[in-house]
Design a protein. Structure first.
Length: 134
């Protein structure tokens, strides 16, 4: 199998807090990872010999390359904390979470209005970047 190059790519990195997979997180970064509760979709900023430096929202964490669920994904249309709007509405919302639908092979997003996380999942075709006309 050819060596995968992860640097500069979006990846799916399955790791959850308290899942007995703490060995996959660099010991010095485990507290940061635990604060996040889990990692899923992230951006690989640097590839080291045995580790990947990944950005999840605003946190950068070193994770092991030895995660069997590690998968390269296409770049998402929208990124964390971007202001977006649902096509039918004008209200600005904040993109809170990026997830991957494994069966549909596409991204879906969780949005926030103020401090409230909306329950519905939104796909690329449901959203557009918010244009602030003020």
């Amino acid at each position: 199998m050819a060596h995968q190059h992860y640097s500069g790519k979006w990846i799916f990195y399955p790791w959850q807090k308290e899942s007995e997979l703490d060995h996959l997180i660099l010991k010095e970064d485990l507290l940061k990872a635990n604060d996040l509760g889990g990692i899923g979709i992230c951006f690989c900023t640097e590839e080291l010999e045995d580790w990947l430096k990944v950005k999840y929202k605003s946190q950068v964490i070193k994770v092991s390359k030895k995660n069997s669920g590690l998968k390269i994904l296409p770049e998402p249309k929208f990124k964390w904390l971007e202001k977006v709007t649902i096509l039918k509405y004008e209200d600005p919302l904040i993109l809170d979470e990026i997830s991957w639908h494994h069966k549909k092979k596409q991204y879906f997003y969780t949005l926030k209005k103020g401090d409230k996380v909306l329950k519905k999942r939104y796909f690329d075709d449901d959203l557009k970047l918010f244009e602030d006309n003020a």
